[in-house]
Design a protein around this ligand. Structure first.
Ligand code: SAH
Ligand code: SF4
Ligand code: F3S
Length: 463
C-alpha cells in the first residue's frame, strides 16, 4: 500500500507555536514552576526528536506537569524497559493528580504496542507516533481541554521545518538531515516505524548548520539512518558528499561528524570528500552486522564481505588515521559456528576502534521473525561474550597506540570526578579524560596521552 508523504507547511508549525503561546498564558497565570520532562530511549534520531519536544515545551513555559516518554522499538529489551518505566509512573500520577503522561516515538508506531498501551496502561493520557510529533502542542492541548485520552498514530510520513529546538549543551549538536529508511534489513523494525527516506532540502540543512556555528557549537553530527543516500529522493543534484563539502565551506572552527553510513552506499567520492574537507572528522561508523556472506544475504544488506573490506581499504587509503566503528548482530536466525567464525575473522582483519554488539532480537512483522532458528539464547550468549572479548582486546590495543602521542581534542564537558574532571573527544571521536579548568569546555586543545584502557584515553595538558 503506498504511503502518503506530506511536507508540513511552515504556517502549520506557526499554528502549533501559537497553541504553545496559549498554553504558556494559561500556565504562567497559575504561577507554576517548571515541571515538564522528556525521557528518551533509543538512537540519536530519538534524541533529536526529544529536542523538538523540549523546544515546544519551552515555548509552553515548561510549567506543565507533563512527562513525555520517547520510546524505541529496535530490540525487545528497549521495549520492556519502556513498559516497565511507564507502568511505574502510576505512583507519580497518584501523588500528583492532573499530571499528564505522554508516550511517543517508534515503539507506539507499531499497532500492537499502541493497542497494548490503550488497554493495559490507563496511566497514559497521550500517545503519538514519530509522524505526529510536529503537532504535539495541539494533541497535548486536546488532552488538557477535553480531559480525555488521545491516540494519534498517523501513517503519513512528514517532513516539517521550523519546529523550535531546545538542545542539551552548547558544544555538540545533532542535525537531522533525513528521516526514515528504505533498506528493509530483514531483522529491523526501523523502516516500519519511521517510514521511507525523506531528505531535508540542502538549503534548510545549511541554514541550520550556519545557525549552529553562529551559536558557537563546535561539533555537529549529521543524522540519518543511512546518510549515504541523502538527496536521492529530492532530485536536487546534491548528494551526501556534496552536502559535507557545503557545510565544510561555512567559516568557523568546528567539526563535522555523521551517522549512520550503510556500506551498501558508501562511495569513494565520500571518502575523498572526507579527506579533503578539513572540518570533517576522520571517523566512520560503518556497521557490518555480520562477517558471513550467507548471513549478510539473509539480512538483505546488499554487500558481501569482499565489498565491505574493499571499502575499508579505500577509506584507509584516503585517511590512514581513520577511526572505524561498527555494529554487529550476534545470533541472527540460523547463524552457525562457521558464520560466527567469519564475523570474528572480519573483526580481526578490520581492527575496529570500537564495536557495538547486539544479540539478535525478534521484531514482530519483520521477515527475519519467521525464519527458522535452531539456536538457543544461551548459544548466542556464548558467541556474544566471545565477540565482546575480542572487541575489548582490539580497542585496548588501539588505545595503547595513542600513549605518548599529542592529539587535538575538543573539550566537551565535566565528568563529575576529581582527578580527571573534564571529558573530551579526539577528531576520530575517541574519549579522552583530562584534568583542567572548566573554562576549557568548548575549546580545541592539544593534549598528551599518558594512559589508556579499553574504553578511554587519559591525557595531560602539561608536556
Ligand atoms: N541505520 C543504522 C542502524 C539503526 S539500528 C544502520 O543501518 O546501521 C542500530 C543497530 O541496532 C543496527 O545497526 C543493528 O546492529 C541493531 N539492530 C537493529 N535491529 C536489531 C534486531 N532486531 N536485533 C538486534 N539488533 C538489532
Ligand atoms: Fe534498519 Fe537496515 Fe535501515 Fe539501518 S539500514 S535502519 S539496520 S533497515
Ligand atoms: Fe529505536 Fe527508533 Fe532509533 S526504533 S533505534 S529510536 S529509529
Amino acid at each position: 500500500m503506498p504511503i502518503e508523504r506530506k511536507v508540513i507547511d511552515i504556517e502549520k508549525i506557526e499554528e502549533q507555536r501559537a497553541i504553545c503561546a496559549q498554553i504558556f498564558e494559561r500556565v504562567t497565570a497559575d504561577g507554576q514552576r517548571p515541571l515538564a520532562m522528556v525521557d528518551t530511549y533509543g538512537c540519536q534520531q530519538n534524541e533529536a526528536d526529544s529536542e523538538k519536544i523540549r523546544g515546544y515545551l519551552a515555548e509552553m513555559g515548561y510549567g506543565l506537569d507533563v512527562i513525555v516518554v520517547n520510546t524505541c522499538a529496535v530490540r525487545e529489551h528497549a521495549e520492556m524497559r519502556v513498559l516497565g518505566n511507564v507502568g511505574a509512573l502510576n505512583h507519580s500520577k497518584k501523588a500528583r493528580p492532573g499530571q499528564i503522561i505522554a508516550v511517543c516515538g517508534c515503539m507506539v508506531q507499531q499497532k500492537h504496542m499502541a493497542e497494548k498501551i490503550k488497554m493495559s496502561y490507563p496511566v497514559v493520557d497521550l500517545v503519538f507516533g514519530p509522524h505526529e510529533l510536529w503537532r504535539f502542542p495541539e494533541l497535548l492541548n486536546q488532552v488538557m481541554e477535553k480531559h480525555k485520552r488521545v491516540f494519534a498514530i498517523d501513517k503519513a510520513e512528514s517532513v516539517a521545518e521550523g519546529i523550535p529546538l531546545r538542545r542539551d549543551g552548547k558544544v555538540k549538536a545533532w542535525l537531522s538531515i533525513m528521516y526514515g529508511c528504505n533498506n528493509f534489513c530483514t531483522y529491523c523494525i526501523v523502516p516500519y516505524v519511521r517510514g521511507r527516506e525523506r531528505s531535508r532540502r540542502p538549503e534548510d540543512v545549511l541554514a541550520e548548520a550556519r545557525q549552529l556555528v553562529a551559536e558557537g557549537y563546535k561539533d555537529i553530527t549529521l543524522l540519518g539512518q543511512n546518510v549515504n543516500s541523502y538527496g536521492k529522493d529530492l532530485d536536487c543534484g546534491v548528494d551526501f558528499a556534496d552536502l559535507i563539502r557545503q557545510i565544510n565551506d561555512i567559516p568557523g572552527d568546528f567539526l563535522i561528524r555523521f551517522m549512520t553510513s550503510h556500506p551498501r552506499d558508501a562511495t569513494e567520492k565520500l571518502f575523498k570528500t572526507m579527506a579533503e574537507c578539513e572540518k570533517c572528522a576522520h571517523h566512520i561508523h560503518l556497521p557490518v552486522q555480520s562477517g558471513s556472506d550467507r548471513i549478510l544475504k539473509r539480512m538483505n544488506r546488499h554487500y558481501d564481505r569482499a565489498k565491505y573490506l574493499d571499502e575499508i581499504a579505500t577509506a584507509r587509503r584516503y585517511m590512514p588515521d581513520l577511526v572505524i566503528t561498527t555494529d554487529i548482530i550476534v545470533g541472527f536466525p540460523d547463524e552457525t559456528e562457521e558464520d560466527f567464525a567469519d564475523t570474528l575473522s572480519l573483526c580481526e582483519e578490520v581492527r575496529y576502534d570500537a564495536m557495538f554488539t547486539f544479540i539478535y532480537s525478534k521484531r514482530v512483522g519483520t521477515p527475519a521473525a519467521t525464519m527458522p532458528d535452531p539456536y538457543t539464547r544461551a548459544d548466542k550468549q556464548v558467541h556474544f561474550d566471545q565477540l565482546m572479548e575480542l572487541s575489548n582486546r582490539i580497542s585496548g590495543e588501539k588505545h595503547k597506540e595513542y600513549e605518548g602521542k599529542t592529539v587535538r581534542v575538543l573539550v566537551d564537558g565535566e565528568t563529575g570526578k576529581e582527578e580527571y574532571n573534564l571529558s573530551s573527544r579526539t577528531n576520530g571521536g575517541r574519549l579522552v579524560h583530562l584534568h583542567g579548568d572548566k573554562s576549557l569546555i568548548g575549546q580545541f586543545i592539544d593534549v598528551k596521552i599518558t594512559a589508556s584502557n579499553t574504553w578511554a584515553l587519559y591525557g595531560s595538558l602539561e608536556f
